[in-house]
Design a protein around this ligand. Structure first.
Ligand code: KG4
Ligand code: ZN
Length: 364
């Protein structure tokens, strides 16, 4: 039987299933209701995700009230499925890890309330998880070793964050968006162009047949902050451009824009500006901090141009690039349960007064 290190002051229920330490993870911070069972912070026994995307699609973005209601409707079933898929019973679970922030307040409340009730009823520990940290942790579920220090880029519909990972649990926030998240910019541009929701995958696909050099959309320069991002200007530039294709937006050599570009060129050019802004800052941070690797996570990590650019920029540099598979890039509960294992072993458990923190930061 393996001996598992225990956090101080934790009254664990002893080894369940003889030698496995199984954590149940619960995630409801945005528009995915997810539950997962993970062993020892590494082996995924089950991971169930119910996406609400179709309920929000008609509004072109996430409606917080709908998100909370949908979480309530399905959470019981999702947790049951995760337990069933793992071929265990709830009594085999050692502790419950749950996202308590950042995210939508009402949505977070559903997961936290559910986890508290279950932990109380089963008399097992409750582990509060920071959603941002869990996204970074996701790579540990697929790579046996992560070279540190790393620059982690978290890019989704709600986040554009860059952080220096010194070691697991020790972070230095470097930069974040000053306005829209990059995924939000994709979604808003797609909505404006009438392409549908979520905009990221649609634009990514359409951009493949466009000329990314057709239009020089602006790359935001943010005064006094070399690592922050800004996306509302880019979004506005695309809107203005399409309102009047002859509008004199900045072009590389100051010449007037040609008459008209096809939609593919517009989205390819938008994408190039959006991704350039990410990769240039990541590479700058790598250089400045002497990081040995790059970790990306969040829905926008699925972007083909982001992956391509980072691959090109890191080739022959000795910098390792860690990109989780798609299902671990987007919101999931395996990353919550996985990180939960380490927090549990470090004694970071909560009592029944745990609340949600919609604006939770890296260092809290
Ligand atoms: O992480 P995620 O599933 O949910 C949260 O926002 O928390 O990310 C969804 C975001 C959406 O804004 C979507 O448009 C964007 O990720 N996205 C993409 C791609 N796939 C999803 N953005 C760019 N390229 C993609 N291939
Ligand atoms: Zn997320």
């Amino acid at each position: 039987m393996r001996i598992h290190p225990r956090g101080q002051g934790i009254s664990g229920k002893g080894n369940k299933l003889e030698e496995k330490l199984l954590i149940l993870g619960i995630e409801t911070s945005c528009d995915e209701t997810a539950a997962a069972v993970v062993e020892d912070g590494r082996y995924i026994h089950s991971s169930v995700i119910a996406s609400q995307v179709k309920f929000h699609a008609q509004y072109g973005g996430i409606v917080p009230e709908i998100a909370s209601r949908k979480h309530i409707e399905v959470i019981n079933k999702i947790v049951e499925s995760a337990i069933k898929d793992a071929k265990i019973t709830i009594d085999n679970i050692e502790a419950i890890a749950v996202t308590y922030g950042p995210g939508l307040a009402g949505a977070l409340l559903v997961g936290v309330s559910f986890a508290k009730a279950l932990a109380y009823g089963k008399k097992i520990p409750l582990i509060p998880i920071n959603h941002l940290e869990a996204h970074i942790y996701a790579v540990h579920l697929e790579y046996s070793q992560i070279n540190l220090p790393a620059i982690a880029l978290l890019v989704s519909g709600g986040h554009t964050e860059m952080v220096l990972v010194k070691e697991l649990g020790v972070y230095e926030a470097l930069g974040r968006t000053k306005d829209d998240a990059v995924g939000e910019a994709y979604d808003k541009v797609a909505k404006w162009l009438g392409l549908g929701y979520p905009g990221g995958p649609i634009i990514d696909q359409l951009a493949k047949s466009g000329n990314r050099k057709a239009i020089k959309f602006p790359r935001a320069v943010i005064k006094h902050s070399k690592y922050d991002f800004s996306y509302s200007g880019l979004k506005t530039a695309v809107i203005n451009y399409t309102r009047n294709a002859e509008h004199p937006l900045p072009v590389p050599n100051g010449l007037p824009l040609p008459e008209k570009f096809p939609l593919e060129d517009i989205v390819a050019s938008f994408q190039e500006a959006a991704i350039d802004a990410l990769t240039s800052k990541v590479m700058k941070a790598v250089k400045d901090t002497a990081a040995t690797s790059i970790i990306i996570g969040g829905g926008v990590a699925a972007n083909s141009r982001l992956r391509e650019q980072l691959n090109e920029l890191t080739i022959d540099t000795g910098i390792t690039l860690y990109i989780p598979s798609l299902v671990l890039c987007t919101d999931n509960a395996a990353m919550i349960a996985g990180l939960g294992y380490h927090k549990y072993n470090a004694g970071k458990v909560a009592d029944m007064s745990l609340g949600v923190n919609p604006n939770l930061k890296w260092d809290e």
